[in-house]
Unconditional design. Structure first.
Ligand code: SAH
Ligand code: MG
Length: 244
């Protein structure tokens, strides 16, 4: 179940019985299985696992948090870099009935699973999926925004190949509304973001995370912070930035 304690077991993630219990308790009250999107979310996870996609979807409380961020900002257009099987897209679209999502996805199989899942969830007419490397799609989106044929985005979720985080962030800033939020997922990486081991710091995903933190701190176009999260799924966290 999407709203029950996390189903997959992935040895790469860090678990703690307290984190899992707190998610189980709070989600059971704040998003109980009677909610309209429960079945769609559960089916999306089931389908993506059956299709052999990796266990890299966000976790329920965080999917809902992203959706609520969009509600708070009265967002109409969302950019998601890396859709996997559409789990986060379903959270955002199902809690925000008028929102439109543009998803960039490299892998045609992942894109096909996203399409099937968002369609099955009844939100597919509001989800556009652009298949290919995000680094190629983003300049095209920028041209369309510049030409006035595509609206700027009110919220961006960057969750793809971590090495390119900063390139995606920079591109997103250019096509964001003033006041838009940009969230970069998986930057804390069980604390490796600030590891004392140079070998750990040299790995691609950690470099990609540190580059966003360091560059965003120098970028006058945004204000940003890192929020660490523990959950039923892992110890990780995000860069949360707002475009000035
Ligand atoms: N945001 C999703 C999970 C994304 S997992 C969710 O929360 O539900 C990361 C996804 O990024 C994978 O599907 C992967 O294929 C995609 N990806 C990896 N490299 C990419 C690239 N260069 N361009 C676009 N997508 C990419
Ligand atoms: Mg992620």
């Amino acid at each position: 179940m999407s709203t029950a304690p996390y189903e997959f077991t992935n040895d790469e993630y860090e678990h703690d019985a307290r984190w899992t219990a707190v998610d189980a308790y709070s989600v059971s009250h704040l998003h109980p299985p009677s909610r309209p999107n429960t079945a769609a979310l559960a089916n999306a996870l089931k389908h993506l696992a059956a299709e052999g996609l990796p266990d890299d979807s966000t976790y329920p409380a965080f999917g809902k948090f992203l959706a609520l961020q969009c509600t708070l900002g009265r967002v109409s257009h969302v950019l998601e870099v890396g859709t996997l099987g559409g789990y986060t897209a379903i959270w955002i679209a199902s809690l925000n009935p008028n929102i439109r999502i543009t998803g960039l996805e490299l892998d045609p199989h992942h894109a096909a699973v996203t399409r099937a899942n968002v369609d099955a969830a009844g939100v597919g007419d509001r989800v556009e999926i652009i298949v290919g490397p995000a680094i190629e799609a983003l300049p095209k989106l920028a041209k369309e925004v510049e030409a006035g044929v595509r609206p700027k985005f009110g919220f961006t979720f960057i969750d793809a190949d971590k090495e390119n985080n900063w390139a995606y962030f920079e591109a997103a800033v250019g096509i964001s509304l003033q006041g838009a939020a940009i969230v970069v997922d998986n930057v804390v990486r069980k604390g490796n973001l600030a590891s004392s081991d140079p070998g750990v710091l040299a790995t691609g995903p950690v470099q990609g995370a540190r580059q966003v933190v360091e560059e965003a701190g120098k970028d006058p176009r945004v204000e940003a912070c890192v929020i660490q999260t523990v959950s039923e799924k892992n110890y990780d966290g995000i860069v949360y930035a707002v475009v000035k």
